[in-house]
Design a protein around this ligand. Structure first.
Ligand SMILES: Cc1cc2nc3c(=O)[nH]c(=O)nc-3n(C[C@H](O)[C@H](O)[C@H](O)COP(=O)(O)OP(=O)(O)OC[C@H]3O[C@@H](n4cnc5c(N)ncnc54)[C@H](O)[C@@H]3O)c2cc1C
Length: 386
């Protein structure tokens, strides 16, 4: 049914095999306890899957973005939750693209072998929300350090990461020409910081996501941890966001395939009124529609991947892929619950858990409205709305 995914068959088989050691019961148990899937993440780390995008010279596999997309899609398709560690694959991209040679040699080999986790990304703040340029966390130079004050919210995996890629204001907005100028990317070593000005507070959410609030109170970070040029951080973060959107779109495709397969299997064997429910077009059509929309979204993911790999920075395609794939996975999730009737709500079927997990991608890492707004302004040329 899904044999269009002809690329990276070896990777797909290896991920499916690894994921078979982490069945529904494993995720249900973690979900009940809101616990982090350490065994799953350790297995992916030791098999080298999380360093797939790190160049070989720094100890990674040096594979293109489409290989990482295959890894993440297959994890979701197997019913696992890649959100626990997907950022370890791509957050290092900011360091790789904009860091100095000294920074790359210092951090990337350890990120590649898994001794260092860089999977926390501190951009969103409680007051600024989507309006990144309005963020208030400041990094002020004092001697050889930046002194950081402020607060981030929704910093996922901060408790399970050694390093955080932080976006902070280094030039007050009053002195910067544009809101998006004067922001800088700083690599924060969370291990040192936890006892000297940084605190992390978990946020309980509708799905098990290990997300947190992070507070900075005169935290000192060496100036040498600045990535790239001061004041250029917004631009650096944006270049990484397209890769993130494409990879999350691939995860949504994997989710959609999981929901559709689960529904088709159930519809074929559940008998009501002495016939399989899958014989009813009322059950068939929502699944056929979800399948069609998933396949269309998958084409856009592939288009975004091939543009990205040809050296372009495809903002429009990355955003469209993310929106279409998130819509396709949510449509498939909804059809899956409907197909299962009451059993769709039972924990043991894993559907309600996956439904909660995939709902996130309508909002994060960018919400649908903001994608539509980007397309309206930058592709259609309509007047800026905000
Ligand atoms: C579980 C989870 C994990 C996350 N992980 C991270 C992370 O690791 N790091 C990080 O930095 N962030 C993270 N985020 C934050 C996420 O990126 C934001 O929640 C998202 O970008 C939306 O921002 P907001 O919640 O502040 O919503 P707001 O900006 O307050 O927006 C609320 C609603 O209003 C809409 N809206 C706002 N402005 C406009 C407009 N001009 N036109 C039309 N509609 C508009 C939005 O689309 C949205 O639907 C995470 C969020 C969640 C829930």
């Amino acid at each position: 049914m899904f044999d269009n995914a002809k690329n990276y068959q070896d990777i797909r088989h290896a991920i499916a095999k690894l994921c078979s050691n982490f069945p529904g019961e494993y995720w249900r148990d973690l979900d009940r306890r809101m616990a982090y899937p350490s065994d799953f993440v350790n297995a992916l780390t030791s098999d080298g899957w999380l360093s797939i995008l790190i160049p070989e010279q720094y100890g990674g596999s040096g594979l293109p973005l489409s290989a990482a997309a295959a890894v993440l899609e297959e994890m979701q398709r197997a019913g696992c939750n890649g959100a626990a560690c997907h950022a370890q694959i791509y957050t290092m991209g900011t360091l790789l693209r904009h860091g100095s040679e000294e920074q790359k040699s210092r951090y990337l080999p350890q990120i590649a072998n898994g001794t260092l986790r860089l999977q926390a990304f501190g951009v969103t703040e409680p007051t600024s929300g989507t309006d990144t340029g309005a963020l208030r966390t400041t990094a002020v130079i004092d001697g050889d350090d930046y002194v950081i004050n402020g607060q981030k919210i929704w910093t996922s995996r901060a408790e399970h990461s050694d390093l955080m890629m932080l976006l902070a204001r280094t030039t007050p907005q009053s002195e910067g020409a544009k809101k998006t100028q004067g922001l800088s990317v700083i690599l924060v070593d969370l291990r040192d910081a936890k006892n000297s000005g940084l605190s992390i507070k978990p946020i309980k959410t509708m799905m098990n996501h290990a997300t947190t609030e992070v507070f900075f109170d005169d935290l000192r970070v060496p100036r040498e941890n600045l990535i790239g040029e001061e004041g250029q951080g917004f631009k650096y973060i944006l270049t990484g966001m397209n890769a993130e959107r494409i990879l999350i779109a691939a995860e949504c495709i994997g989710d959609a395939k999981w929901f559709i397969q689960k529904s088709v299997d159930y519809a074929g064997q559940r008998s009501v009124f002495d016939r399989p429910i899958g014989q009813n077009q009322g059950i068939q059509f929502p699944l056929a529609k979800a399948y069609t929309n998933m396949r269309a979204a998958e084409l856009m993911v592939n288009e975004a991947l091939s543009l990205y790999e040809s050296g372009a920075n495809p903002g429009a395609e990355a955003n469209m892929a993310k929106m279409l794939a998130a819509d396709a996975s949510f449509e498939a999730a909804n059809a899956c619950i409907q197909t299962h009737g009451g059993f769709g709500f039972a924990e043991e079927y894993d559907i309600e858990r996956k439904f909660r997990e995939t709902r996130l991608y309508q909002v994060a890492p960018i919400s649908t409205n903001l994608i539509l707004s980007y397309l309206s302004e930058h592709v259609l040329g309509l007047p800026r709305s905000y």
